[in-house]
Design a protein around this ligand. Structure first.
Ligand code: HEC
Ligand SMILES: [Ca+2]
Ligand SMILES: [Ca+2]
Length: 146
């Protein structure tokens, strides 16, 4: 009888522990659903190499001011306006929601990029020619017409 009880107790304890661990990881993974297009980058929208790994620049931004009391992500105009990974495109532009209007349950906007990866960047509009470039061109034209 004693032997049977022990043989049963260890696997049961291991099963319980692993259920608790999986529950914890899944609870953390909820954040994928709390940003627009979270499924695109998956855990790597905020982590460097998979869930639970070191946070990338976007993840650091979130942990430093965009989590509510439940640890849920506060997605909105403020977080959307920042460029966490410094690639020149705001977080909102990268996730297809430049104004930060998306709320949980909305359809995902198209063409997402990763706001935590500077190698993943939407094409930025061509910059307007600067005043110096315009005046240089005027000088060239003046030389030609002399
Ligand atoms: C929107 C950003 C975001 C996404 C997406 C995200 N995480 Fe996280 N994650 C964080 C932040 C911020 C922290 C640090 C705060 C904390 O520990 O709750 C964190 C922490 C964790 C931790 C705890 C690590 C530790 O050292 O305690 C685990 C585990 C984790 N995440 C798993 C996941 C998994 C798995 C996924 C994908 C299914 C995921 N995360 C996707 C933002 C995110
Ligand atoms: Ca960016
Ligand atoms: Ca990026």
């Amino acid at each position: 009888m004693m032997m049977r009880t022990k043989a049963w107790a260890l696997p049961a304890a291991l099963l319980l522990i692993s259920i608790l661990l999986v529950g914890t990881v899944e609870a953390r993974g909820k954040r994928v659903r709390q940003i627009p297009n979270g499924g695109n980058g998956g855990c790597n929208s905020c982590h460097t190499s998979g869930g639970g790994s070191a946070l990338n620049a976007f993840g650091v931004e979130i942990v430093n001011g965009f989590l509510d009391a439940n640890g849920d992500v506060i997605w909105g105009a403020d977080l959307a306006a920042l460029d966490s990974d410094g690639d020149g495109a705001s977080n909102g532009l990268e996730l297809g929601d430049p104004e930060g209007l998306w709320v949980v349950g909305d359809a995902n906007p198209e063409n997402p990029f990763n706001p935590g990866d500077p190698q993943s960047t939407p094409p930025l509009p061509e910059p307007e020619p600067t005043a110096v470039e315009v005046s240089n061109w005027a000088q060239v034209k003046a030389l030609i017409s002399q």
